[in-house]
Design a protein around this ligand. Structure first.
Ligand code: HEC
Length: 118
């Protein structure tokens, strides 16, 4: 009798440890190409040297049009929070570039097409 109880207890324990029944389906995504190149304006080299190591041009250029002081504060955040090794003497040139690039872009920019792959 005692053996039977131990056996039942062991069977219950084994049942508890059974892996949950989860089915994983294959899925695929296609990342969009980054369509935004850096326009050829003065200061472009400074942006490439100081900014593009960490993110794509579109991260910078697809922001809403923002004033100079806001750009300076974003670049300050890159330096202080994200420890970006930004040449501080290049910051005015970088801000000039970003302002000019935003002013030069088309007024309406639609999101890049992301085709579902089903
Ligand atoms: C050391 C890496 C690094 C460098 C270099 C860098 N950034 Fe960033 N940047 C980040 C990170 C991390 C984020 C946050 C990304 C996120 O939130 O997904 C970010 C976000 C941003 C954003 C999005 C808005 C925001 O406030 O988060 C802008 C705009 C931006 N960076 C501009 C710049 C510019 C301009 C430069 C060059 C002067 C630069 N970054 C250099 C790491 C970097």
């Amino acid at each position: 009798m005692r053996h039977a109880l131990v056996l039942v207890a062991l069977m219950l324990l084994a049942a508890c440890e059974r892996a949950p029944e989860v089915t994983f389906a294959d899925a695929a995504i296609t990342l969009p190409d980054d369509p935004t190149e850096l326009p050829d304006l003065p200061g472009r080299d400074a942006v490439i040297a100081n900014c593009t190591a960490c993110h794509s041009p579109s991260t910078m250029l697809q922001q809403p049009a923002i004033p100079r002081a806001r750009w300076e504060s974003i670049i300050g955040k890159m330096t202080e929070v994200y420890k970006a090794p930004i040449d501080q003497s290049a910051v005015p040139e970088i801000v000039d570039y970003l302002l000019a690039a935003q002013a030069a872009r088309p007024p309406e920019r639609s999101a890049p097409d992301v085709a579902p792959t089903s």
